[in-house]
Ligand binder design. Structure first.
Ligand code: VG1
Ligand code: CO
Length: 543
């Protein structure tokens, strides 16, 4: 075995987005591409010498090959130890947990999350910090700067490590510790939730469907739901992670998880349904005949978390991303706890969680989590719902109706216009941004604009400032829309339009969502002209 120093040159565009670097798999497989980025990570964090890392991914195409490259590079960069999930598999929340549990110097997660996988689809790499959370902007900026300055990378020339064997192996002086990807995570879940009550729920005939979408949560859900909680075998479907996710789009929303939606809306629907994404950090929950929007889910979880043992003492605060609906804010107000509004992306929650200011966090994009790890956690959210259902002994429908009657309802929907030409998308955003100062006071379709700005966030813990995080237009009465460009796509540009309308109740709580939002949809088109400028008839995905 030999350590090699390979000369290389900067490759353009290795800029981490909302959640790490995401590109077409073939781009990642290109000459020096992965190697450059991994070396840039090590260089940006002050080297790997003597350090311990966690490594794992969502099992998509190239996951296994990339893992071998990263291990050989870690060894050549002087790392002491890398803890890897068997088969190079780790869900994002499980990786976050292992980083924390073993007090490591961080971890590398191979995933493009909810983006499809395969030779013609997407791959991704992100670095997580010693606290288990995604690298903050200062670190991703430093990684990007390294990708532009790189002149060589270090790699060991050796045979593959056997990642299918749970054991300690070595590359030079570095230990590769292959671990079961599920067990520590499952133990953590047992420490947070009342498994006895939940087992009793299933024993009493409660029926559930969990769609793992051929992605990473399959083995986790099988172990926890079927083995430890006694849900009937077959409760978890699409449970084997596949390199191309079986051709599925592992994004848990009503569009892509349509099989689950059909079952839950059908005549013989189970009591509870859930799905998660490629790397296991997102969740969608569905009741019999009723879909729970992620923003509502966060609010309901915040209002009921104390029913689970891990949150018995109450919450320190709740944080949500800016485009997420304000439903959780009302719960925080009622509980008398802190409430934070952050830019999109889990990295912005890290400081609030570390500082003990927030316990629960959530995003409208099917992400919910707590301070048990530093990532959003799909299965965790599903288990918290289960724990609440086991305690309250009501249906999902009943829990939601009671919640809306108490707090009012934030009708909410996101409209995505995908793969637009970059210049066109930037044009639409730029034109609206240029008019922001003139908008307050203007009436559109009978709605009066209360305020208009481009969201900037000052981190309350470290004071760092993040600008340009999305255009928000608020109307009198608590309705609003938000526009921002996606930072996770790999083709053209995606405009996300977030629509929200608040109804205090008790009347008007049961309108169809898109109908309830129609005035907002019309106002957006008048102000932003997305359809007019793009020539599109409507959004590609509505969630
Ligand atoms: C999207 C979501 C965002 C989420 C991010 C990563 O980002 O909107 O809320 O944090 O994906 O999720 P964007 O920039 O495309 O809107 V995942 O499951 O990658 O880890
Ligand atoms: Co994800």
């Amino acid at each position: 075995m030999q350590f090699l120093t390979i000369p290389t040159q900067p490759i353009e565009g290795q800029k981490p987005g909302t959640s790490g670097l995401r590109k077409k798999t073939k781009v990642f497989m290109g000459r020096h591409y992965l190697e450059n980025f991994v070396q840039a990570i090590f260089d940006a964090i002050g080297g790997a010498e003597g350090k311990t890392f966690v490594l794992g991914g969502d099992g998509r195409y190239f996951n296994d090959r990339a893992a071998q490259v990263i291990l050989r590079m870690a060894a050549a960069n002087g790392a002491k130890k890398v803890i890897v999930g068997k088969g190079a598999i780790l869900s994002t929340p499980a990786a976050s947990h292992l980083i924390r549990l073993n007090r490591t110097d961080g971890g590398i997660i191979m995933s493009a999350s909810h983006n499809p996988g395969g030779p013609d689809e997407d791959f991704g790499v992100k670095f997580n910090m010693p606290n288990g959370g995604p690298a903050p902007e200062a670190v991703t900026d430093a990684i990007f700067a390294q990708t532009k300055a790189i002149s060589h990378y270090r790699i060991a020339e050796t045979t593959d490590v056997d990642l299918m064997k749970i054991s300690d192996q070595t590359i030079g002086n570095m230990t590769v510790c292959v671990v079961d990807p599920v067990s520590d995570y499952a133990t953590l879940m047992e420490s947070l939730f009342d498994f006895t009550k939940m087992r009793a729920l299933f024993a009493g005939g409660f029926r559930m469907r969990f769609d793992a979408m051929c992605a990473v949560t399959g083995p986790y859900a099988k172990e926890i739901l079927e083995n430890r909680l006694g849900a009937p075998s077959g409760t978890v479907t699409h449970a084997t992670p596949l390199p191309d996710f079986g051709g599925m789009h592992p994004d848990p929303n009503p569009t892509w998880a349509h099989e689950l939606m059909d079952e839950m809306m059908g005549p013989d629907a189970p009591d509870f349904g859930a799905a998660s994404d490629g790397d296991g950090d997102r969740n969608m929950v569905v009741g019999r005949g009723i879909y729970v929007s992620p923003s509502d889910s966060l609010a309901v979880l915040a209002a009921n978390a104390h029913l689970a043992p891990g949150y018995r003492a109450g919450l320190k605060g709740v944080a949500r991303s800016m485009p997420t609906s304000a439903a959780a804010d009302r719960v925080a107000e009622a509980l008398g706890i802190g409430c934070y509004e952050t830019p999109t992306g889990w990295k912005f929650f890290g400081n609030l969680l570390d500082a003990g200011r927030a316990t629960l966090c959530g995003e409208e994009s099917f992400g919910t989590g707590s301070d048990h790890v530093r990532e959003k956690d799909g299965l965790w959210a599903v288990l918290l719902w289960l724990n609440i259902l086991a305690e309250r002994k009501e249906t999902v429908q009943e829990i939601l109706s009671t919640h809306w009657r108490k707090f009012g309802r934030n009708y909410y929907s996101r409209h995505d216009y995908e793969a637009l030409p970059v210049a066109q998308a930037e044009g639409i955003m730029g034109a609206l941004r240029a008019r922001l100062a003139d908008l307050p006071g203007l009436a559109v379709e009978g709605l009066k604009i209360a305020s208009a700005d481009d969201f900037a966030y000052k981190d309350p813990v470290d004071g760092s400032l993040s600008k340009g995080q999305g255009i928000r237009i608020a109307f009198d009465g608590g309705s609003r829309f938000v526009l921002r460009l996606s930072g996770t796509g790999t083709e053209g540009a995606t405009i996300r339009l977030y629509l929200e309308r608040f109804v205090a109740g008790p009347e008007g709580l049961d309108t169809e969502v898109q109908a309830a939002l129609q005035p907002m949809i019309d106002a957006t088109e008048i102000l932003a002209g997305i359809k007019a400028a793009s020539g599109r008839m409507g959004p590609d995905v509505v969630t």
